[in-house]
Design a protein around this ligand. Structure first.
Ligand code: URA
Length: 215
């Protein structure tokens, strides 16, 4: 598998996260800042053991300036809750920090970010990982999974696999929006599978720590 390099800054922490957040607020690394309302940086504790990485902020997130506060976020919260994971202890962020959309009348329709836009945002994500130093990073959906686990990673086949990289454990599940968009009759099963993926991560976190995780 192609393995994207992860930025590793030993000793990173709260002040680094604050500095990153401030710097990201004026990011012009790609064109997406022009139409978005604001940079939506990650949110959560500076020392979370679990980091969740989505694709990019949606319409609601763009307005509120926080990740996963819209419909996908509500589904995510329910799944975390059912898996016994307290969202307030999780650092939640996105591979891309600006909302990419096309305007259709009054609606803003989500557009999947391109590889160069994901790459332009990569320093922020790597910086967040280096500052928070989570034990497990879980990608939500294909965009984040490819960014973290490599372009050949297939969420449909490889969800739940745990890859050890440096001091991190990386894994992936589907994006909550795929459950919301999926057929009604499959939603309950898709949601139960989603919860199972989080329960598996909770079990990993409850097990022995990653070697060197806190060094
Ligand atoms: N979808 C994402 O990938 N991230 C968000 O923050 C909201 C919706």
């Amino acid at each position: 598998m192609d393995e994207p390099a992860l930025f590793a800054a030993p000793g990173a922490g709260a002040s680094d996260l604050r500095a990153l957040r401030e710097a990201a607020a004026t990011c012009t690394n790609c064109h997406l800042y022009r139409d978005a309302t604001q940079t939506v940086f990650g949110a959560g504790p500076e020392r979370a053991t679990l980091m969740l990485v989505g694709e990019q902020p949606g319409d609601r997130e763009d307005i509120e300036g926080k990740p996963f506060v819209g419909p996908s976020g509500r589904l995510l919260d329910r799944a975390l809750n059912e898996a016994g994971i307290d969202r307030s202890r999780v650092y939640v962020t996105n591979a891309v920090k600006h909302f990419k959309f096309v305007a259709r009348g009054k609606r803003r329709i989500h557009q999947t970010p391109k590889a160069d836009e994901i790459l332009a945002c990569r320093p922020w994500l790597d910086g967040e990982i280096a500052a928070v130093r989570p034990e497990v990073v879980m990608a939500l959906g294909a965009t984040a999974a490819k960014a973290l686990l490599g372009p050949s990673f297939r969420v449909s086949k490889q969800r739940g696999e745990v890859v050890h990289r440096d001091r991190l454990r990386l894994t992936a599940t589907v994006h909550p929006s795929s459950i919301l968009r999926g057929p009604d009759e499959q939603r309950a099963v898709a949601f139960a599978d989603f919860v199972d993926d989080f329960a598996a991560v909770a079990a990993v976190l409850a097990g022995p720590p990653t070697p060197g995780a806190d060094s």
